[in-house]
Design a binder for this molecule. Structure first.
Ligand SMILES: NC(=O)c1ccc[n+]([C@@H]2O[C@H](COP(=O)([O-])OP(=O)(O)OC[C@H]3O[C@@H](n4cnc5c(N)ncnc54)[C@H](OP(=O)(O)O)[C@@H]3O)[C@@H](O)[C@H]2O)c1
Length: 430
């Protein structure tokens, strides 16, 4: 049995999770696949640091060239994160004839096309299952078992940190700041949570899904993105009264040759399967023309779930190496389907405003909405204390373009029928 040697870049959360997954499953992997896998070198900036994992120190290297120039290494696994130097390390590894596995959504969303091209030119494999939804094998599923489908829609809860925070705000009626502190204390949110709470992480993952599902390149910074920092406990409780849960969704739709998408806190109907995806769990809900609606659910982060996805990629490459089989590029990022990107498209919205509490205000609001074609589906006026001279009004409106809705709301603030717009959130149509 040939030993397949692996060079790993990074021994942080996912590096350790991958190492542990291989060690705890070594006998099972050998029995099921006949493969003898060994992580022989690990790139690491601080080899002296005690990481609480039993790894022979001689495996640690501090110079990338000790891995890239090692002729015995077949597969390089990139687990350092960030766009650079990760992209350069992966490109150099491919040029040096090594297959590459990565969990890095930022690098794949930014440079997946380039890396795939280098892999293709060198007849090598590039796999990145763990980059979207951690342990959920969504990329493999949509590009193999479901390949005969034409996909029309995807909605995903793609970030465990924000889903944990929103769940705590909903279940425990916590304020955003308290729920964030709770998530940080439990290790579900980083000290600097910006990439998660501002939706950047979800936009990277959605960009990868859009390429795989629809065959078009939409860069993460082109995706209209809003994080969860403006969601308040008032929004959560009003949404509940209307029969919705608020979730940070990455959504994309392909219709009539156009792709629309966004990442936004969204009101999800309580009877939608995504409404009951709670805490740090992730889910991806796809619609295909043959399979119809399908939901994938599981742990989207964490050392072992993500390590499981990384090991899956390593094993599928190792099987091909062992059999001298032809290389493939799966999952295959595509940019050539001829669709065009049409921004955010039309969506129904939840609108919470504060209005002066005097007769005729509602009439002014509905008539301005009428002028801009904003159709009201439901509305609620909350009773307030008798001494208050303002009143919260909540509307759910039919699908409309966001910029038209924003113009109508600006007019209402301008003419004084609305004192302030407290929040506008997308409503998931279903
Ligand atoms: N955490 C998750 O749950 C999760 C889930 C899915 C995907 N991912 C992805 O997995 C990747 C790794 O995430 P992580 O959470 O494991 O990160 P992490 O805990 O910060 O670990 C990063 C590792 O990379 C090393 N490193 C960073 N920059 C380096 C450089 N320039 N040269 C050499 N080594 C370098 C660090 O070394 P030192 O420790 O010596 O500084 C550390 O060992 C990221 O792409 C992330 O997006 C993470």
């Amino acid at each position: 049995m040939k030993k397949i040697k692996i060079g790993m870049l990074g021994i942080g959360n996912i590096g350790q999770g991958t190492y542990r997954t291989l060690e705890m499953s070594r006998a099972r992997i050998e029995e099921a696949t006949g493969l003898n896998l060994e992580i022989t070198k690990i790139l690491n900036r601080h080899p002296e640091r005690d990481r609480g994992i039993d790894i022979p120190r001689e495996k640690y290297v501090t110079d990338i060239h000790e891995i890239i120039d090692d002729p015995e290494i077949d597969i390089v696994v990139e687990l350092i994160g960030g766009i650079e130097p990760a992209t350069t390390f992966m490109a150099d590894a491919l040029r040096a004839g090594k297959h590459v596995v990565t969990a890095n959504k930022a690098a794949i969303a930014a440079n997946g096309e380039l890396l795939q091209k280098i892999a293709h030119e060198n007849h090598l494999m590039l796999r990145f299952e763990a980059s979207v939804a951690g342990g959920i094998p969504i990329l493999n599923a949509v590009t193999t078992a479901l390949i005969s489908n034409e996909f029309s829609e995807v909605q995903g809860i793609l970030n465990g940190t924000t889903n944990y925070i929103l769940t705590k705000m909903t279940e425990n009626r916590q304020a955003y700041a308290d729920a964030l502190r709770d998530a940080q204390a439990k290790g579900f949110a980083e000290t600097d949570p910006t990439a998660d709470v501002e939706g950047i992480d979800a936009a990277n993952k959605l960009s990868i899904l859009i390429s795989l599902l629809f065959g078009i390149g939409v860069a993460p910074d082109q995706i209209p993105t809003r994080g969860i920092t403006t969601v308040t406990s008032e929004d959560i409780s009003f949404a509940r009264e209307f029969g919705y849960r608020i979730k940070l969704l990455g959504s994309a739709r392909a219709k009539d040759g156009e792709v629309t998408c966004n990442v936004e806190p969204s009101l999800v109907p309580e009877d939608h399967p995504l409404a009951n995806v709670n805490n740090e769990f992730n889910a991806v809900y796809v619609t295909g023309n043959a399979v119809d609606k399908l939901m994938f659910y599981g742990r989207g982060a964490g050392p072992l779930p993500t390590g499981s996805a990384v090991m899956g990629d390593i094993i599928s490459i190792a099987r091909k190496i062992e059999k001298n089989a032809a290389y493939d590029l799966l999952p295959h990022l595509r940019y050539d389907a001829g669709l065009s990107f049409a921004g955010e498209g039309k969506n129904p919205y939840y609108i919470r405003v504060t209005a002066p509490d005097h007769p005729g205000v509602l009439g002014q609001i509905t008539s301005t909405f009428g002028v801009y074609g904003v159709g009201i589906r439901t509305m609620m006026q909350r009773a307030v204390a008798s001494h208050s001279d303002t009143v919260p009004l909540i509307f759910i409106v039919y699908a409309i373009e966001k910029n038209i809705l924003s113009t109508a709301l600006d007019v209402l603030v301008g003419n004084g029928s609305v004192l302030r717009v407290d929040n506008v959130l997308r409503v998931l149509d279903f």
